[in-house]
Design a protein around this ligand. Structure first.
Ligand SMILES: [Zn+2]
Length: 337
């Protein structure tokens, strides 16, 4: 599986000379884009800009887009920076070497893609796009089934062991209900203050943070335990009529974003995200297979009663077990004898 991502770094500790040169390339690119044909910009940087920036707005500045074969990255053995990133400029023959600090390490075997030099509030940043191969995990031990639930937005159950064997079932909760708490608090603030927009932005950032945390925690857990992840496809859940209030809550939880982040983080770790048809997962008993009823967050069949979201998560996990190859220790032992 190929993973691509953007490594973001800050250009640090520039000498005055280098700062001037970088600034000149940047400012001249802006002039060129605004119609000054004679502005002195490295030719490939001009071509990149022409390729990527279709419409040029007068009140906007555009990053220097650097072609992937013209960027050169070297590790830097100093406290000041992590890498030296060389980019071509019209001012300096052979390119300008920028000291860059990043949060993420750039491995030697990663492929470097198109990159951008950005100026924000007087500082320069570089966004380097990279891609690399991830080996799929070959000895999966089970499935982590997720019900995008009604009361608790993300209910997860780990099923360890393959299809046919009897999987061990365990609820593993990553507290995504933190998101709903924030959403209701901000809904209150928005209603009761005049600065609605400000609250909305602040809510968005907080929700985004938690989504990142929750999906990272799930991905780490599944990496450690070698579990594939199963979620229901969203179509089903959004169309079920669960009453107006519930529907509103359901639609507000960013399920799409959640899935998108989770899929990416699993891919980075070589784990699959399996989407299963969610039909009847909420009405079927995960223990006996009988049809039952949900009522106020509980599921009931003729023989038992349990949390409805838990029941849904187990059903989703079980449906996925038949779709992936699980090399559980049980079944491995069985084939040897
Ligand atoms: Zn039952």
């Amino acid at each position: 599986m190929e993973v691509t991502k953007t490594v973001q770094g800050g250009v640090v500790q520039l000498t005055n000379q280098k700062r001037r040169e970088l600034n000149t390339e940047y400012q001249n690119l802006q002039k060129y884009l605004q119609g000054d044909e004679d502005a002195e910009v490295y030719s490939a940087n001009k071509q990149q800009a022409e390729r990527f920036y279709d419409t040029i707005k007068e009140d906007r500045e555009y990053p220097i887009s650097v072609r992937k074969d013209l960027i050169d990255i070297q590790e830097c053995e100093s406290d000041v920076a992590d890498y030296f990133v060389k980019i071509p400029t019209a001012q300096r023959y052979g390119g300008l070497k920028l000291p860059v600090k990043t949060h993420t390490e750039i491995e030697d075997d990663w492929e470097i893609g198109e990159s951008k030099v950005i100026k924000r509030d007087g500082r320069f940043y570089i966004h380097i796009s990279v891609s690399y191969e991830v080996e799929p995990v070959s000895d999966l031990q089970g499935v982590y089934g997720i019900d995008l639930g009604l009361r608790n937005p993300v209910v997860g159950v780990a099923l360890v062991g393959g299809e046919g064997s009897c999987p061990k079932v365990q609820t593993v909760d990553f507290h995504a209900d933190r998101i709903q708490k924030i959403q209701s608090r901000y809904a209150y603030l928005r209603r009761n203050t005049s600065t609605g927009k400000k609250w909305r932005d602040s809510e968005y950032n907080k929700v985004e943070d938690i989504l990142h945390n929750v999906t990272t925690e799930i991905a780490d857990y599944c990496e450690e335990n070698k579990l594939a992840v199963a979620v229901g496809d969203l179509e089903g859940i959004q169309n079920q009529d669960q009453g107006r209030v519930m529907n509103r809550k359901l639609h507000r939880f960013p399920h799409y974003k959640f899935k998108q982040l989770l899929r990416y983080k699993l891919k980075e770790r070589g784990l699959p995200l399996i989407e299963v048809d969610e039909a009847y997962t909420s009405q079927t008993c995960s223990k006996c297979g009988e049809k039952g009823e949900r009522y106020r967050g509980r599921f009931r069949c003729s023989g038992t009663e349990m949390d409805a979201d838990y029941n849904g998560a187990v059903n989703i996990g079980q449906r996925a077990l038949s779709k992936v190859e699980i090399n559980s220790l049980d079944s491995a032992g069985a084939t040897v004898t």
